[in-house]
Design a binder for this molecule. Structure first.
Ligand SMILES: *Cc1c(COP(=O)(O)O)cnc(C)c1O
Length: 407
């Protein structure tokens, strides 16, 4: 594998004890991707298990309403389990088998990556252990329920703040102790090498498809592509195949949250609350206080709520290849409704950030121009949050009645 740095970001800042498992993974990924049989299985699972290629959908009603650029959506919401996360877990699940390992571990905050990992483990016959903060387990119980039903073991982590970063520490410990039979399946384009490049690589199928589909449907590549940025995997996936194109501008949309105050958002760019740092095995832009302690984050969408960001995106932004903007919670809810009402598509709240950014800027573009918004996932999972924001009282009453009946 090439240099493990992306400019000054990335690298491997890991304890000695993880060195062997990391080297093994780097070698396995490199050899698997040049093995025609592995690549054939990967493509076959993407197609027959996840439903790829996903469509590129033209939004005529929204385009008319906004009155600027032609608006297209890349429909990652139509993947099996409803998000782009499936592209990556299929890749790493097959790689686990390729290395002759029989067990995967993962850490999850909101639970979406935990479900995706439990799904692929069931399909490939792998033993599956998910680390999750005890606080997150309470907040995201429906996802935990599905992980357990799928046969995964969910281990509550009670150390520290009992959230994602504590679960991450536990997963690292498990990997170090059990690397003989265990693969650590990281869910986004972050962490030590080779994870940023490997996850971005598995997700790049998104942008590869857009390249071909846009030529067929628009007659040229899009003028701009928008993607929401949590850890950065769906953004890397749709951006990377276009990185050297001078005719397509790449725009990442972060969670602007409630306000710009510390702890109220998850912006790692365009704020002096985030700067270069090394944590969790790699170097990137982290939200941190003056002493370098990682800061709490907020977003209306659990999946964008992360203190670090892909080192690949940190580098692309620094080199002017990706422009970063943000959308706040209110704009996100407006865009969410706009897409639902006009096109009959319910986006994930994460993806609604990309929609908000795209709609805001499409207005000032011309009808000869076109944009593609990466719809990273579907919104069914967000029903509880959306009902709360919409203050839908019958929904609360329904939940109460449901509980009374169950007891
Ligand atoms: C997990 C998730 C994200 C955020 O992850 P990235 O690695 O930044 O892509 C975005 N959208 C959806 C639907 C997700 O489930």
């Amino acid at each position: 594998m090439k240099d493990q740095f992306f400019g000054r970001f990335g690298g491997s800042f890991i304890p000695e004890i993880l060195y062997n498992s990391q080297q093994q993974l780097i070698d396995a990924y490199e050899s698997a991707m040049s093995d025609a049989e592995f690549v054939g299985r990967l493509k076959s699972e993407w197609q027959h298990y996840s439903g790829r290629p996903t469509p590129l959908t033209f939004c005529n009603n929204l385009t008319q309403q906004i009155g600027g650029a032609q608006i297209y959506l890349k429909r990652e919401d139509l993947n099996h389990s409803g998000a782009h996360k499936m592209n990556n877990v299929i890749g790493q699940g097959l790689l686990t088998q390729y290395m002759g390992k029989t067990r995967v571990i993962a850490e999850t905050g909101a639970g979406q990556h935990g479900i995706a990992t439990a799904l692929i483990s069931a399909r490939l016959g792998l033993k599956c252990t998910i680390y999750m903060g005890a606080t997150d387990i309470k907040r995201q119980y429906p996802n935990v329920f599905w992980m357990k039903q799928l046969g995964a073991e969910v281990i509550p982590v009670t150390t520290g703040s009992a959230t994602l970063k504590d679960a991450l520490d536990e997963a690292m410990r498990d990997w170090a102790a059990n690397y003989d039979d265990t693969h650590y399946l990281i869910g986004t384009s972050c962490g030590c090498a080779p994870f940023p490049e490997m996850v971005a690589g598995f997700q790049s199928i998104i942008g590869e498809e857009v390249k071909e589909q846009s030529i067929n449907q628009i007659g040229k590549h899009p003028d701009r592509i928008y993607a929401c940025v949590g850890g950065g995997s769906n953004a890397c996936g749709i951006f990377l195949p276009f990185v050297d194109s001078s005719s397509t501008e790449l725009v990442g949309v972060e969670a602007g949250g409630r306000s710009d105050a510390p702890g109220d958002h998850a912006k790692r760019f365009n704020t002096d609350q985030a700067r270069f740092g090394i944590a969790q095995g790699y170097a990137t832009r982290f939200l941190q206080d003056s002493e370098g302690q990682l800061m709490p984050t907020h977003s209306i969408s659990a999946g964008l709520d992360y203190v670090g960001v892909s080192p690949i995106l940190a580098d692309l932004e620094e080199n002017g290849k990706v422009r970063m903007i943000s959308a706040n919670d209110d704009e996100v809810m407006t865009a969410f409704s706009q897409l639902m009402r006009n096109e009959g598509i319910i986006p994930a709240l994460e993806s609604a950030h990309a929609v908000a950014g795209g709609l805001r800027e499409a207005k000032s573009m011309s009808p000869e121009q076109s944009i593609v918004i990466n719809l990273s996932g579907r919104g069914d999972k967000d029903i509880f949050n959306v009902a709360k924001v919409m203050k839908d009282e019958p929904f609360s009453a329904f939940l109460n009645d449901f509980l009374l009946e169950a007891n």
